[in-house]
Write a protein that binds this ligand. Structure first.
Ligand code: ASP
Ligand code: MG
Length: 419
């Protein structure tokens, strides 16, 4: 029998009625003739509430005790869901991460999974039981309870799916799949039938917050077919996330993301000599400031300087402002310019590889709209343009039209040609 891994997030488990609904979705998969292993998150906002409780007691609670506390959220879900499945007349058993043997690194609060023991899980499966496993948590080799970082139960699910080489890993949440762009900005955005791991990772990095990025990385590494689907619309298959080589690609661009959470910094007139970029970015790294787009201008012959521009997270802006004096003393720039009024628009698509003209089409589309591009960066399957925030919606809509990301279902279906 094939094993299917299902994962249900907090919103799907927010109250007991919803838990009963999830039990039905689990049983439905079992009725299709599959063995089922289910990974769950904590109910609703449980994890946030637990963190709040801790901070009512301590400003700086120890990470060990935070993991001990936060791991309880998932333990509530596994037992209640197991009871709900048993009520429907099916054999089911709950297991904590420690009981399964989800072995992690020693780091509390953001531990990575090192190994997963299969024996106990498979014993229950072979017994005909549906196994309900607590996501987000693991145990170190020395028996300490750890958690994997916020949103980490997606990663628990994919890691178990990878270890058992299961047929499919279905991630159920309150969204119906991956869209070509944010349906709140472009209401005609399409739900994709398929997307590749690579594209999903690029979209996750540019601000499409649907899956824990580490879960997609793990799925890519072990080639686990993953489906993102809605727990409230069980007949809808959602979006399948698979390896790019398994896809038939008809369109160069799969999706578009608009990220308004960054600010641009320009360090003006930095002396053009070896070591200056290194000094600047080492300093930023030392303060744990992560940098996204970086551009260094051509050196001016008049005073032998160039400008270095980059983007950082808006949340890090205060930290950066606090570093301005230090940067000035090291690089002696004429000015440090900060621009908060920006949005980063990125188009992503595995079909861009070896297809010239995609960047030109993007720039031309923006030009026709009178949208000025402030910065450009590219990767093999992504082109990002920085524009003024007030142009974000207009640019998004125009690009969606130009790259056919709206209207009818996007033709990424394996083996089916678009009409
Ligand atoms: N309950 C954890 C959180 O809220 C893990 C998860 O939801 O995936 O971050
Ligand atoms: Mg969650």
């Amino acid at each position: 029998m094939a094993i299917i891994v299902q994962k249900f997030g907090g919103t799907s488990l927010a109250d007991t009625d919803k838990i009963k609904n999830v039990a039905k979705a689990v049983v439905r998969e079992k009725e299709l003739g599959n063995d089922v292993i289910v990974i769950v998150s904590a109910m609703g906002h449980t994890t946030d509430n637990l963190i709040k409780l801790a901070h009512e007691i301590s400003k700086n609670p120890s990470e060990r005790e935070m993991d001990m506390l936060m791991s309880t959220g998932e333990q509530v879900s596994i037992s209640l869901l197991t009871m709900a499945i048993q009520e429907l007349g099916y054999k089911a058993v709950s297991m904590t991460g420690a009981q399964v043997g989800i072995i992690t690194e020693d780091t509390h609060s953001k531990a990575r999974i090192l190994d997963i023991k299969k024996d106990k899980l498979l014993e229950h499966v072979q017994n005909g039981e549906i196994v309900i496993v607590a996501g987000f948590q693991g145990i170190t080799k020395t028996g300490e309870i750890t958690t994997l970082g916020r949103g980490g139960s997606d990663t628990s699910a994919v890691a178990i799916a990878a270890k058992l080489r299961v047929e499919r890993c279905d991630i159920y949440s309150d969204v119906e799949g991956i869209y070509t762009t944010d349906p709140r900005i472009v209401p005609t955005a399409n739900k994709l039938k398929e997307i590749s791991y690579e594209e999903m990772l690029e979209l996750a990095r540019v601000g499409a917050n649907v899956l824990h990025p580490r879960s997609v990385e793990t799925a890519k590494q072990f080639q686990v077919p993953m489906r993102l689907r809605s727990s409230f619309k069980l007949d809808d298959l959602g979006t399948l996330i698979i390896g790019v080589e398994k896809m038939e690609i008809y369109k160069p661009v799969t999706g578009l993301a608009c990220d308004k959470s960054q600010v641009r910094v320009v360090i003006c007139d930095v002396p053009d000599k070896p070591g200056n970029a290194s000094k600047l970015f080492t300093l930023l790294a030392k303060h744990e400031l992560s940098v996204d787009m970086i551009i260094q201008s051509f050196a001016r012959t008049t005073n032998n300087t160039n400008d270095i521009a980059f983007t950082i997270d808006k949340d890090d802006l205060n930290k950066f402002v606090g570093m301005k004096d230090e940067i000035t003393s090291i690089l002696n720039p004429s000015n440090i310019h900060i621009d908060e009024d920006i949005a980063k628009i990125s188009i992503v698509g595995a079909g861009m590889i070896d297809r010239p003209g995609i960047a030109a089409q993007m720039f031309e589309t923006l030009a026709k709209e009178g949208v000025n591009i402030k910065m450009i960066s590219t990767s093999e399957i992504k082109i990002s343009c920085l524009v003024e925030k007030m142009h974000a919606k207009q640019a998004t809509e125009a690009l969606c039209k130009s790259f056919e990301l709206e209207g009818k279902e996007v033709a990424l279906v394996h083996g089916t040609l678009p009409d």
